[in-house]
Design a protein around this ligand. Structure first.
Ligand code: NAD
Ligand code: TYD
Length: 360
């Protein structure tokens, strides 16, 4: 198979490309990626050049999408703006990529007559304070990010029904693992803990997320690509539902830090309290999560410990400005940390909170 993977230079996309090339020695992959702040060609380093073609381009660009699908047998669409907090600050790009870009790519894959697998999220179901979302639960997105993803999903379903396009959707819960951009909770807290910096916890920290190790998610995507029914939705729920504060405390424990590093900050506007996703339909196809949170978080921390070459440049670039803009004041005003920066791993990231002793 020759596969088009859009957004393949990002976190889940690059893990998926790695898996696909390793597990299917006869396959080749073309990656189309705009290389936003979240996309990095480093994520694809070490893969066989004769089986991997990389093109920088935008799924919302009709010519780029049409050229990318040509000669391919299927497309897996990971390309998206993916961070809820950024969607609150700047929703426009989310509409452009996650809604319009999905539409442009869908037209291209429909016209080429190839399968389009849309990678979506449990966040489209919105808050699930009780119970568990199934594939038929109503879409009630809360953030501009999840609303944009829901818009993309509705287009996929409409293309399948109206045009008979071979289009289908997976909705995954919160992924974590190697190569995740440190704007997301787990890598952010791992890197801050390693550096001895405060770990920002929004609100009361009791929001629940359903954690899925990225390799398990990629296995699910492969299974649905090969065996999923056209016009269907498959939920990929992780094995562990945990409140954020427990995740943060576990990271502190595994990095040998104490809880004085926890810094409760202003809550995220519209923050969903809980996601919960049933994977029963996918289990029937034969999928089971193999890595639970206890193991996955250890693997993840080990990867970040061993790969400072990967995250060092990120922490000194655009991310540092984002971090200062997003956390600077709220962490200072929360002032709950008595942390001091640790010179062993301190990177160029401006330390957001007050220095030890001046937190008042
Ligand atoms: P990511 O932000 O790490 O990667 C997104 C990639 O898409 C980047 O490489 C970026 O450069 C690329 N991209 C952005 N806009 C593009 C455009 N217009 N054209 C081409 N490429 C573009 O995101 P991720 O965490 O790897 O998520 C991948 C997909 O999985 C997204 O669709 C996301 O909504 C979905 N998802 C993520 C999670 C999660 O926990 N990370 C959970 C469920 C679903
Ligand atoms: P995140 O990793 O941004 O994923 P999502 O918003 O898609 O679930 O956040 C996971 C949870 O962690 C979410 O409830 C928000 C919370 N969170 C914090 O408490 N502090 C942070 O600094 C971040 C980035 C997230």
């Amino acid at each position: 198979m020759r596969l088009l993977v859009t957004g393949g230079a990002g976190f889940i996309g690059s893990n998926y490309v790695r898996r696909r090339l390793a597990e299917h020695p006869g396959d080749s992959v073309r990656v189309l990626d705009k290389l936003t702040y979240a996309g990095r060609t480093e994520n694809l380093e070490g893969l066989p050049p004769d089986r991997l073609e990389f093109t920088q381009g935008d799924i919302a660009d009709r010519d780029a999408s049409r050229a990318a699908v040509s000669d391919c047998d299927a497309v897996v669409n990971f390309a998206a703006e993916s961070h809820v907090d950024r969607s609150i600050d700047s929703p426009g790009e989310f509409i452009t990529t996650d809604v319009f870009g999905t539409f442009v790519l869908l037209e291209a894959s429909r016209d080429a007559g190839i399968r389009h697998l849309q990678v979506s999220t449990d966040e489209v179901y919105g808050d699930f304070e009780q119970g568990t979302a199934t594939e038929t639960s109503p879409l009630e997105p809360s953030s501009p990010y999840s609303a944009s993803k829901a818009g993309g999903d509705l287009l996929v379903s409409a293309f399948a029904r109206t045009y008979g396009a071979d289009a289908l959707i997976i909705r995954a819960s919160n992924n974590y693992g190697p190569r995740q951009h440190p704007e997301k909770l787990i890598p952010l807290c791992v890197l801050n803990a390693l550096a001895g910096d405060p770990l920002p916890v929004y609100g009361d920290g009791m929001q629940v997320r359903n954690w899925l190790y990225v390799e398990d998610c990629c296995a699910a995507i492969d299974l649905v690509l090969e065996h999923g029914e056209p016009a269907s939705v498959y939920n990929v729920g992780g094995p562990d539902e945990l409140p954020n504060i427990e995740v943060v405390k576990r990271i502190l424990e595994l990095t040998g830090r104490d809880e004085s590093l926890i810094s409760y900050t202003r809550d995220r506007p519209g923050h969903d309290r809980r996601y919960s996703l049933s994977a029963a339909k996918l289990n029937e196809l034969g999928w089971r999560a193999e890595v639970d949170f206890a193991e996955g978080i250890e693997r993840t921390i080990a990867w970040y410990r061993e790969n400072e070459d990967w995250w060092g440049p990120i922490r000194s670039g655009e991310y540092a400005a984002y971090y200062e803009r997003h956390y600077g004041q709220s962490i200072s005003s929360a002032g709950s940390s008595g942390a001091s920066s640790d010179s062993r791993t301190s990177g160029p990231l401006t330390r957001p909170g007050p220095a030890a002793g001046d937190s008042g």
